[in-house]
Design a binder for this molecule. Sequence first.
Ligand code: DX5
Ligand code: ZN
Length: 216
Amino acid sequence: MGKVIIAPSVLGCDQGNLAEEALALQIAGADMIHLDVMDGVFVPVLTVGAGIAASIVGRVDIPVDAHLMVQKPANLIKAFADAGCSYITVHAEVTSHLDRLLQQIRTAGSRAGVAVNPSTPVDFLRWVAPAVDLVLIMTVNPGYGGQKHLEYIHDKIPEARRILDSYGGNGALIAVDGGVSETNAEQLRSAGADILVSGSFITGSRDPAAAMEKLR
Ligand code: DX5
Ligand code: ZN
């Protein structure tokens, strides 16, 4: 396992100023920017589209992961890839054609991520392991920042790692998203998380640089 990757979510930032907010997070030490894209259907809230993703990508020089919490990601993949997102992550729950969607992401020029809600098992990874570059394990039900971290989900991390490593997905990274803070970061790392996505703990803190240092 390599060095931990800290990926702040800009969900709690000034939504009219996301490119500058992302740049400030980069300067404060972020390794990656996590962009929560919500369609008001898969989750109740509506956030941003590919235009905002492009302006963030144009302002920072760390990778941007677009976490698509949308019911119909197929329609959006090309736009987010053209916007320059390094990773595009779709939810396993929204499609009967996950393999096709993941291929579509790579064909469009981004790395392919798959996210799983707390209630979604990870055994399906066996059948898409070589097509996956990132697995995003949700430790809250998606839709809002600042929710309580679901600790019992940690068991999915070694399970996902074992499946990926056994079936051709050994290069894929495991990310954890939802209520990540200094109280659970160490546990998440020892369970095998490569990327810690964190929103309110970082952007709600008075000193985001110090918060990211605590996560490391
Ligand atoms: C949840 C989002 C997360 C989350 C992160 O729907 O995908 O990225 O908002 O924020 P915190 O760390 O506050 O849970
Ligand atoms: Zn997210």
